[in-house]
Design a protein around this ligand. Sequence first.
Ligand SMILES: NC(=O)c1ccc[n+]([C@@H]2O[C@H](COP(=O)([O-])OP(=O)(O)OC[C@H]3O[C@@H](n4cnc5c(N)ncnc54)[C@H](O)[C@@H]3O)[C@@H](O)[C@H]2O)c1
Length: 442
Amino acid sequence: MRVSIVGTGHVGLVTAASLAHLGHEVLGVDDDAEKVATIARGETPFHEPGLQELLREGLDAGRLRVSPDVPEAARFGEVVFICVGTPTKPTGEANLVQVERVSTVIARALEGYTVIAEKSTVPVETGVWVRRTIELTAAPDAEFDVASNPEFLREGRAVHDTLNPDRIVVGTSSARAMERLRELYAPILDRTGCPFVVTDLATAELIKHASNAFLATKVSFINAIADICERTGADVHEVARAMGLDPRIGPAFLGAGIGYGGACLPKDVAAFRHKADELGVGFPLLEEVERVNMARRERFIEKIRSAVWNLEGKRIAMWGLAFKPDTDDLRNAPAIEIARRLSEEGADVVAYDPVAMPASKPLLFAATFAPTALEAAQGADCLAICTEWEEFRGVDLERLRDAMARPAIVDGRNMFDPPAMADAGFTYASMGRPTAAPAPGP
Ligand SMILES: NC(=O)c1ccc[n+]([C@@H]2O[C@H](COP(=O)([O-])OP(=O)(O)OC[C@H]3O[C@@H](n4cnc5c(N)ncnc54)[C@H](O)[C@@H]3O)[C@@H](O)[C@H]2O)c1
């Protein structure tokens, strides 16, 4: 099938490369000409495991092309995916200007029956606006349907998730559009047997916001439990583990820490809450989810203060800048705000991240960067762990302790076992678990 992808960012480029891998003819368009040129050279503009290989495979096979010519997407694709950004306005509302612009440009260039599928995360009822915009702009005889096909990929596992989804959701009132999208996804459906969930447009849009709001709620829920654990000496890790053994609850997204970040959860929770207010039903539960989440950063900074007393003049090593491992995405990354706050309070922040340092440098003028985790820790008064990169787990604890000026760790991701860290000579504070310290000498 001929497929167009408008917006070759984290979602669009992974979708484009994956659909080309499945044998479709794919055109990716983006109004960022520099990004298009990078992709055309076979380079990915961001870090995503496995994407570079898939991109090169598609380009070499001639099944994937990229272009800055957005109208070409409408002329080429039997299905046109909208994958542009839907950022947050200061009010929390989703900014849908990019979606509107793309809808207008596509409408003017439509040729033959086309399915226009929203893959961007949008508030419920956006599809109605997309359809109306296209109807008002397109030629009177233009044949098209609008569908919602929300994306559930996780950055860092995006290629795997796209080729092995838990479910594919398609929302449309048109049987013709639904059949076309089923045919598009047939190679995945046949191989994986994953559910193909067909709904109306509004329901599909809601499924995405409801899913992300629920995940954020799980994270804030366990973080609220973490605060209670800290007051009572209980261990949130054990609480979460035992809760997660209940199949009605499940273990995922029950890791206490410095809270959720990234390009999706904060933005989608805010947009969903705003939409619920606009609809007159409200969703105060989500306000509390956001409040708990933002309070995590403050709590983490307090723990660093308790480890070093005054921040001014202290050297703080920071491990991890990306909002989660296996990505260099810094959008709404807790570590960036935390590093800025520490610098503002006079600390000397020395940061290390396996892949996110180039993207961090323009955001953190006051920080310095070290080429390895151990070098970041050299002479540090405290080590603050902000992202649970696998390489941190394997660090040589003896060398780490010897490198630091004071063996104090504040772990915002609960990566290590507290008694083992105390045995290794560290004062180790984590989130929702008792602080561990070496036994006093004889
Ligand atoms: N990143 C994720 O993990 C993820 C997961 C699921 C859903 N989503 C949703 O998918 C959408 C895209 O997210 P993303 O992370 O890929 O964003 P992104 O910023 O990485 O990519 C968006 C792309 O759209 C391009 N673009 C913007 N306006 C355009 C226009 N008028 N014409 C052509 N191209 C244009 C931008 O240049 C950019 O390359 C958002 O709605 C997001 O919420 C993201």
